[in-house]
Design a protein around this ligand. Structure first.
Ligand SMILES: Nc1nc2c(c(=O)[nH]1)N[C@H]1C(S)=C(S)[C@@H](COP(=O)(O)O)O[C@H]1N2
Ligand SMILES: [Mo]
Length: 415
C-alpha cells in the first residue's frame, strides 16, 4: 500500500517536472523573441525575419497556455502537497499570473485590428510591464533554482536528469543554508541594480496620466534636436498653443537606420517624376511654403499610439496640385533621406485631405530622431506610411512596394 502511494506520487512528481521543463523553455523562447521584437537594434537587422519572428512569438505564446492548463489540472493536489510552503505557493501564483497576463495582453496585441488602438495601447503597456517585472523574476528564479517541485523527502531522489538536492533544510548544516540565502539575496540585488534604473525610467515615462497615456517630453526633444536648420519654422497660431491641446502618448523611436542629422547645407526637398513642374527647395524656401494645421492620432502596428497630435505642414494634396500630375501617374513614392526607407500611396490615397508633409508637431520643430525636419503624416494609416526624414516625392507610373511591405507588412495599412 505504502509502495503504491509513493509510486503514484513519483509519477505525479515526474509530471510536474516535465511541465516545469516545458514551461521553462517556452518562457525562454518567448522572452528572447519578445526582446528581439522590442529592440530597436533588431528591427534593422532582422528585416523580413521580424514578421516571421512575430508569428513564432504569437504561436508559442498561445502554446504557452498548454502547460498552464495541464498544471491547473494537477494544481489542487500539488497545492495540498505544498502545505506550509508559502514561498513556493507564492511563486506559483506569480508565475501563473505572469503567464496569464502575458497571454491575455498578447492576444489583444495580436488582434490589434479587431480591438482597436486604445485597447492595443493598454495591452502593450501591460505586456511591457509584465516583461520588465517578469524577466528579472524568471532569471532570479532559475539561478536560485527555487523549484516549485521541491517536496520534502524527495530532495535526495535522483530521478533521471534531476540533480540531487539536499535532503531537507533540517539536515543541511546551518552554514550552507545561510550561504544559500546569501547567494540568493546577492543575485536578487544584482538583478535589481542591473534592471532597476531602466525599469524606473520606463515607468516614469509611461505612467504619466494613466495606462500608456503619458506624453513625450517636448522640451527635452527640442533640446535634443540634432538638426541645425535656420530659420526655425514659425508656428501658426493654430499650432502654438496646439489646437489639439497637445499630444497624449509617447512616441517610441522606431527606426531601421542610423538617425540622420541635417543642416542648411545637406538638406533639400524634391518633387519629381511624372509632374509638370519638377521642383527642388532648400530649407529657406521650404519653410516659406504655405502650411496648415491639423489634429490627428498616430498609430503604430505594434500597438502603441499617440493621440491628439497637432501637426503643421504642407498638405500633400496642395503640393501635388502645384507640381501638376501628368496623365499615366498612378503612385506617389516617398523617399527618406536616410537612403533606405521608402513607402508609397496610390494617387487617390495621396489626395486625402489629412495627408501632410509635416514640419511642426505641437508647435515645435520635429527633432531629427522623430523624422525632422520634415516627415510624412498619413493619419488614416498605420505609421509605417509616415516616412521620416522625407526628402523626395516621386510620382510614378506603376505601383511600388515600401520598405516594410517588402518585409511582410500588409500593404493595406488602414487603421
Ligand atoms: N525613414 C523612416 N521612416 C519611418 C520609420 C523608419 O524606420 N525609417 N519607421 C516607421 C514606423 S514603423 C513608425 S511606427 C514610425 C515611428 O515614428 P517615431 O520613430 O517618430 O516614433 O515611423 C515610420 N517611419
Ligand atoms: Mo510602426
Amino acid at each position: 500500500m505504502g509502495e503504491l502511494l509513493s509510486r503514484i506520487r513519483k509519477g505525479f512528481g515526474k509530471k510536474l517536472a516535465l511541465l516545469h521543463t516545458w514551461n521553462g523553455w517556452i518562457v525562454v523562447i518567448l522572452a528572447l523573441s519578445g526582446l528581439m521584437l522590442l529592440g530597436g537594434y533588431w528591427r534593422g537587422v532582422l528585416g523580413e525575419g521580424r514578421v516571421w519572428l512575430k508569428w513564432i512569438h504569437i504561436v508559442i505564446g498561445i502554446a504557452s497556455m498548454l502547460p498552464v492548463v495541464f498544471y491547473l489540472l494537477l494544481a489542487a493536489k500539488h497545492w495540498k502537497q505544498l502545505k506550509e510552503k508559502r514561498w513556493q505557493k507564492l511563486n506559483i501564483l506569480v508565475v501563473l499570473g505572469l503567464l496569464l497576463g502575458w497571454f491575455l495582453s498578447g492576444v489583444l496585441l495580436w488582434q490589434f485590428r479587431a480591438v482597436g488602438p486604445r485597447l492595443a495601447n493598454s495591452a502593450l503597456w501591460i505586456h511591457d510591464m509584465l516583461t520588465w517585472g517578469g524577466i528579472p523574476y524568471v532569471i532570479y528564479h532559475s539561478i536560485t533554482r527555487l523549484r516549485w517541485l521541491k517536496e520534502p523527502g524527495k530532495r535526495t531522489v535522483k530521478t533521471g536528469r534531476e540533480k540531487a538536492m539536499p535532503a531537507s533544510d533540517k539536515v543541511v548544516p546551518q552554514s550552507v543554508y545561510s550561504r544559500r540565502a546569501f547567494v540568493k539575496w546577492t543575485i536578487g540585488a544584482g538583478i535589481a541594480v542591473a534592471v532597476g534604473p531602466s525599469f524606473l525610467k520606463w515607468l516614469n515615462n509611461s505612467i504619466g496620466s494613466g495606462i500608456g497615456e503619458s506624453s513625450t517630453n517636448m522640451n527635452q526633444l527640442a533640446a535634443n534636436n540634432g538638426n541645425q536648420l535656420l530659420p526655425a519654422p514659425q508656428a501658426l497660431p493654430a499650432s502654438s498653443p496646439p489646437i489639439g491641446g497637445g499630444a497624449q502618448g509617447r512616441f517610441r523611436l522606431y527606426t531601421v537606420t542610423p538617425i540622420p542629422k541635417f543642416n542648411n547645407n545637406n538638406w533639400s526637398f524634391t518633387i519629381d517624376g511624372l509632374v509638370d513642374n519638377k521642383m527642388i527647395w532648400n530649407w529657406e524656401q521650404f519653410v516659406a511654403l504655405k502650411r496648415k494645421a491639423q489634429v490627428s492620432d498616430f498609430h503604430c502596428v505594434t500597438g502603441w499610439s499617440v493621440y491628439n497630435n497637432t501637426w503643421e505642414g504642407i498638405r500633400l494634396k496642395d503640393m501635388l496640385q502645384q507640381a501638376g500630375i501628368q496623365p499615366g501617374a498612378k503612385t506617389i513614392k516617398f523617399h527618406s533621406a536616410d537612403g533606405v526607407y521608402t513607402d508609397m500611396l496610390t494617387l487617390e490615397q495621396a489626395q486625402m485631405e489629412d495627408v501632410m508633409i509635416a514640419v511642426l508637431h505641437d508647435g515645435n520643430p520635429i527633432s531629427n530622431d522623430f523624422g525632422g525636419p520634415v516627415r510624412l503624416i498619413v493619419p488614416k494609416m498605420y505609421a509605417y506610411k509616415s516616412v521620416k526624414w522625407l526628402s523626395r516625392i516621386e510620382v510614378i507610373e506603376g505601383t511600388d512596394i515600401g520598405y516594410w511591405e517588402q518585409r511582410g507588412y500588409s500593404s493595406d495599412a488602414w487603421v
